[in-house]
Design a protein around this ligand. Structure first.
Ligand code: IVH
Length: 719
């Protein structure tokens, strides 16, 4: 086959596949059986493999994702992505409509009403009909370029066809259909992976993945609802815009109502409130838009939202049901939470069996008793809550509830006494080795930002604790692969074993984690208030746990008063301690180091020969001129391809007292730019930010300029 013939065949197959995609995803029609489609797809793949120069980035075969990336580039929106003003009642809706009438000087105002989708907003840019790039909303002015991830979403066309306008920016929401979300969570749970709280979080999390091949496996969908920059066509109304979307195979937001009086708007908003429960995504409102673009322009914008649109927010759905019992759950931080066990009811599309009662104060305030009829509510995706008691329906034999008495003063999970610490509303189990808490501690410890122990997802962590294999963190380092392989991740009736391969992997990774740097350990231990940045700063100030136990700075810090500055304390000034570490962190560290569980933990680690060391130890930072060259105190943004992973450069800058930010602003001092990195370069230029090549950077920080980025970094870390 000649190159010309291949080009022709590629183009034919591409068009055919695109046509079928469109039929399927927009109109719900399958014209050909799946195997015929698959064959065309495979033929296209084969041809593209043979003639890579003919393979387009927007080929239907690219839906499966590509090479993972280091991070997302950012991009400024040509037209800012604004919010919509909310209205919370029909009265406020009336006021909005009256404003439209007044400002447009008309009685009749044609508007459209459509669902407000609770998804993740993106802008898709089509250059002459080709998907050029996709940007998240970000802060409305600048967002992340998530093009590769977006390309994997099947109902987003990669090409709009020959009659596409010169430029079309379509805005909409990416979402995970409710049912697919439930299925995905179930299979993640079965695989021992962490689950997502709700479809929106799952969507946001999926879009942030750096590996688009993984995104391709997530069941994401798109629906279009707005426009950004358009060149070459001029839709004159919302309705015309929707027709345009359909013409190009972009899925428009549906259903849509038309109205021109307030009465009609109210009717539509009420109808939508019923219809929305059968939509595949979560909705929390109705968006009312002035239909005519000319009217929209006349009304204009405030700094944050258009004056021609409003979002009617539906109040959370409430239902009446019977509270049969109150049980007690021990949360991850040891809080005891009373939970209402309810007669199952359907609320906002899902069956609710349990609802939180928060704490004893809430129970008392609402006077909730076992046997009561209660009103429950589900606001968005949040856990349902008991709103109030229907006192008229209170039975004679209703039983008041007291949390402390119900648990007999002991934790239902570990049997140790519970307390209500001063200033807290919740009863707490203070036993750090309580199984309810240790599962969560283990989860934190093995998480990616902590010790990153491959294979121990949240289900495995829970089972390890539940089956008594692991009680505290050190237990993870004496796991035996043989007994681990038999860990049952399923139930008694339906057992599912971890397996030998996973077991070996876990043991091996745990072995490596023994020598992980101190800051990862500090973060992984889940000491209250010690987040990632605080852990890093603590590791800068101390070499190891031994030094932390004898810390010269904790006692000073813990005595600081509100409004006092660390720089004013002669004992602290030379350490130049970052804001992440202050009295709260110091107190929390001291509490941990002096607690019996903390002492036992450190002793056990020492017995096992585990003594994590700091990799960024530099307690007394040299002045800016001495080391780190111009790095200290400066804010860097990194872009483009460099000779080593960006994270290495980031670590190096941090270790030299600099800061690294994800986006360029007037506060940025330097842009470290490798190859590529176009949009950040442009922005840096326009803001007058100094652009450094990798070589410039090396000379700035006083290192030798070398090709071996990694060796360099290690050297810098030893400084
Ligand atoms: S129209 C500036 N229509 O809600 C107005 N937005 O709260 C143009 N949203 O940023 C947006 N559903 O991401 C529009 N049917 C809908 C929407 C919708 C959800 C999002 C959108 C917007 C945010 C504002």
């Amino acid at each position: 086959m000649t190159s010309e013939e291949a080009a022709e065949e590629i183009s034919r197959l591409t068009r055919e596949l695109e046509r079928h995609n469109r039929l399927y995803y927009v109109e719900g029609i399958s014209e050909i059986p799946d195997n015929e489609y698959d064959e065309m797809f495979r033929n296209l793949e084969l041809l593209e493999a043979r003639f890579p120069e003919l393979a387009s980035a927007n080929s239907p075969t690219r839906r499966v994702g590509g090479e993972p990336i280091d991070g997302f580039e950012q991009r400024a929106h040509d037209v800012p992505m604004l919010s919509i003003d909310d209205v919370f009642s029909e009265e406020e809706l009336g006021e909005f409509f009256a404003r439209l009438q007044k400002n447009l000087n008309a009685e009749i105002i044609p508007v459209t009403i459509e669902p407000k989708i609770d998804g993740v907003a993106v802008a898709l840019h089509y250059d002459a009909g080709e998907l050029a790039f996709a940007v998240t909303r970000g802060d409305g002015a600048v967002g992340d370029l998530v093009t590769e991830n977006v390309r994997t979403i099947r109902n987003i066309p990669l090409r709009l066809g020959d009659d596409a306008p010169a430029w079309l920016e379509v805005r909409g929401e990416i979402f995970m259909p409710n049912e697919k979300f439930a299925e995905m969570n179930e299979s993640r749970e079965a695989a021992g992976l962490s689950t997502f709280k709700n479809p929106r979080n799952a969507t946001a999390g999926s879009l942030k993945l750096l590996d688009s091949r993984e995104v391709a496996r997530r069941p994401l969908d798109f629906v279009a609802h707005g426009r950004g920059r358009i060149d070459g066509v001029e839709p004159r109304s919302v309705k015309e815009f929707h027709q345009l979307l359909k013409r190009y195979g972009l899925p428009p937001n549906q259903p849509i109502w038309e109205a021109e009086t307030l009465e009609q708007v109210v009717t539509a908003v009420r109808e939508l409130d019923v219809a929305r429960h059968s939509l595949p995504y979560a909705t929390d409102g109705a968006v009312i838009k002035v239909n005519d673009v000319a009217d929209q322009e006349q009304l204009g914008y405030t700094s944050r939202a258009p004056r021609w649109a409003a979002a009617f927010k539906y109040p959370p759905e409430q239902k009446e049901t019977v509270l049969h019992d109150i049980t007690v759950q021990v949360g991850r931080t040891g809080n005891l939470t009373p939970v209402a066990e309810l007669e199952p009811v359907l609320v906002s599309g899902t069956t609710v069996r349990r609802a939180t009662l928060h704490n004893q104060d809430e129970i008392d305030r609402k006077d909730v008793r076992i046997g009561d009829t209660v009103i429950i509510e589900k606001a968005g995706e949040i856990i349902p809550a008991v709103v109030k008691v229907v006192f008229e329906k209170r039975p004679e034999d209703s039983v008041p509830f007291n949390l402390f008495e119900a648990v007999g003063g002991i934790c239902p999970s570990c049997g140790e006494p519970v307390e209500r610490p001063e200033g807290f509303v919740a009863l707490k189990c203070l036993n750090r080795t309580c199984p309810a808490q240790s599962a969560n501690q283990i989860k934190q410890f093995v998480s990616r930002k902590a010790l990153d122990i491959d294979g121990v997802g949240s289900i495995v962590a829970e089972k390890l604790v539940e089956r008594g294999v692991v009680k505290t963190i050190p237990d993870l380092f004496v796991l035996n692969p043989e007994s681990l392989a038999g860990l049952n991740l399923g139930t008694e009736e339906e057992p599912r074993m971890l397996g030998a391969k996973n077991a070996v992997k876990i043991v091996e990774t745990a072995k490596r984690a023994r020598t992980a740097p101190l800051h990862r350990w500090l973060y992984g231990l889940g000491i209250p208030q010690v987040g990632e940045s605080a852990a890093r700063e603590l590791a800068r100030l101390h070499r190891n746990f031994g030094e932390l136990l004898e810390s010269p700075v904790f006692p000073e810090l813990s005595q600081m008063k509100v409004g006092q500055r660390k720089e004013d304390n002669p004992a602290l000034v030379e350490y130049q301690i970052a804001v992440e570490v202050g009295p709260t962190v110091a107190n929390s560290m001291m509490t941990f180091l002096q607690s019996s569980s903390g002492i036992v933990l450190l002793e056990r680690l020492a017995e096992m020969g585990i003594d994590p060391q700091s990799e960024n130890y530099a307690p007394i930072p040299p002045s800016a001129e001495e080391a780190g060259g111009g790095c200290a105190g400066k804010t860097f943004v990194i872009t483009g391809t460099l000779s080593a992973p960006r994270n290495d450069f980031k670590d190096r800058i941090l270790s030299l007292g600099g800061k690294v930010s994800g986006s360029i602003s007037s506060k940025t001092d330097y842009l470290l730019a490798g190859e590529g990195g176009g949009s950040k370069r442009d922005k840096a230029e326009s803001l007058g930010v100094i652009i450094l090549s990798e070589e410039d950077f090396q000379s700035l920080v006083g290192g030798e300029s070398t090709e071996e980025g990694e060796g360099e970094v290690e050297q810098a870390l030893l400084l």
